[in-house]
Design a protein around this ligand. Structure first.
Ligand SMILES: Nc1ncnc2c1ncn2[C@@H]1O[C@H](COP(=O)(O)OP(=O)(O)OP(=O)(O)O)[C@@H](O)[C@H]1O
Ligand SMILES: [Mg+2]
Length: 405
């Protein structure tokens, strides 16, 4: 019996035993079984099985489409260089226009010599077929013709956060404070959905500025789910995996042990949030030695409030609310705690950031701030978990962009 056969059998058994469970919870279990059972071989029968499974568990009206290579070649003028939007570890990304609907899309073609492969492709399609939130990019469809692996996404007009934040060309307008807070808040909401609404929870594992895409109004959406991992089930507290991800964004305990939890994503959020506030790259080899690692550079500054303005991006030219800066840095410092259990839940982060987005929250832009100032204690975390219907202990997940176990 192939892995999908196993998956169906376990689903049938589960459904027999749990009539009272909600539809949402059953879908979560089937998704977990499916992803965990994929063996990632790329023969034709497996491809067909994957396509059938995606259709079966897809979200009805939201199900992803399958495209032929011919359709996507037509959409991108034969993958012409002038349509190129960017290139990452997976391959090249092109702007395209679907002939049948005239819809503008982004077409990501797997580089067959690249480091990322079929496993990431399958996980990306499965995850984005099932997970839907305004702060996650929408997968329109995919192509698995022959050895082609192509993903088709909604087009995000303003590209990635990285394009607007780091190494800006002199003629490009820098993002203002409130736009940055809006982007951070939306991205945190995307993580909150993955950690606290998805069932089982999903650990994103590749949170970084280039994976936060922006629509025409600077609304952020998380992209690239190829490294995402399902959180632990049963009594497990973490997922064990080979460490993968992007250097600098990876939580220290995950890099050390390979044990992945949702707190690893919270750490990566802290890194990106610090990039947002400072306009500095997490690792920048062009800076003096003592400033090359952003988190190490920030640690002594976090301890001295008088030095907080030194951490604000000089491109703000002083146009930011001082208290807002203090509070934003407090949130970043909490997310970057060495000890994973002292980091806040992402929902606490969202709550704090929502106050930083509001322009008229007080003369200094911060008067209603909900004090995330002290880190979540394990007790507080436990109390919150009990009040939720889903399991949200530490789930296991890792870094990005190479290959998993
Ligand atoms: N849906 C999209 N709409 C518009 N532009 C996109 C879209 N997806 C990707 N891009 C552009 O293509 C670039 C490359 O994206 P890609 O995810 O392949 O690489 P990356 O994020 O830079 O690196 P990595 O492979 O490590 O994730 C992005 O930085 C962005 O500018
Ligand atoms: Mg990416």
């Amino acid at each position: 019996m192939n892995c999908f056969g196993c998956c169906r059998k376990s689903l049938i058994d589960e459904n027999r035993n749990s009539l009272e469970r909600t539809k949402h919870r059953k879908e979560g279990a089937s998704f977990a079984t499916l992803v965990n059972n994929i063996s990632f071989k790329s023969d034709a029968s497996k491809q067909r099985a994957i396509a059938e499974e995606i259709k079966r568990i897809g979200d009805g009206g939201n199900a992803v489409e399958t495209f032929t290579f011919h359709e996507l070649a037509a959409a991108t003028k034969n993958f012409r260089t002038e349509c190129l939007l960017g290139e990452g570890g997976f391959g090249r990304v092109y702007r395209g226009c679907l002939e049948q609907t005239n819809q503008v899309v982004a077409v990501k073609q797997l580089d067959r010599n690249g480091l990322q492969g079929n496993r990431e492709f399958v996980v990306e399609v499965l995850m984005l077929s099932l997970l839907h939130h305004p702060n996650l990019v929408n997968l329109i469809g995919y192509c698995a013709d022959g050895d082609q692996r192509i993903l088709v996404y909604e087009y995000m007009a303003l590209g990635s956060l990285e394009d607007h934040l780091l190494d800006l060309p002199p003629n490009k307008k820098p993002l203002d404070w409130f736009t940055r807070m809006k982007i951070a808040t939306g991205a945190a909401r995307g993580l909150e959905y993955l950690h606290e609404s998805a069932n089982p929870p999903v650990i994103y594992r590749d949170f970084k500025a280039s994976n936060i895409l922006l629509d025409e109004n600077f609304n952020p959406k998380l992209s690239d789910f190829g490294l995402a991992k399902l959180g632990p089930t049963g009594d497990k507290k973490h997922v064990s995996t080979r460490v993968m991800g992007t250097y600098g964004y990876c939580a220290p305990e995950y890099a050390r042990t390979g044990q992945l939890t949702t707190m690893s994503d919270v750490y990566s959020f802290g890194v990106v949030f610090l990039e947002i506030i400072t306009g500095r790259r997490v690792i920048d080899s062009y800076k003096p030695m003592s400033e090359q690692n952003l988190v190490q550079w920030a640690q002594p500054l976090f301890k001295d409030r008088r030095r907080f303005p030194e951490m604000a991006d000089p491109l703000f030219r002083g146009n930011y609310p001082l208290k807002g800066l203090h509070q934003a840095l407090a949130v970043a410092a909490m997310c970057l705690q060495e000890e994973a259990s002292t980091r806040p839940l992402i929902s606490d982060v969202v709550m704090a950031l929502e106050y930083l987005v509001v322009k008229d929250s007080g003369p200094d832009g911060s008067s209603k701030f909900p004090i995330p100032a002290s880190p979540s204690t394990p007790e507080r975390r436990l109390a919150r978990n009990k009040s939720k219907s889903f399991k949200r202990d530490h789930s296991l997940h890792s870094q990005s962009s190479i290959e998993d176990e």
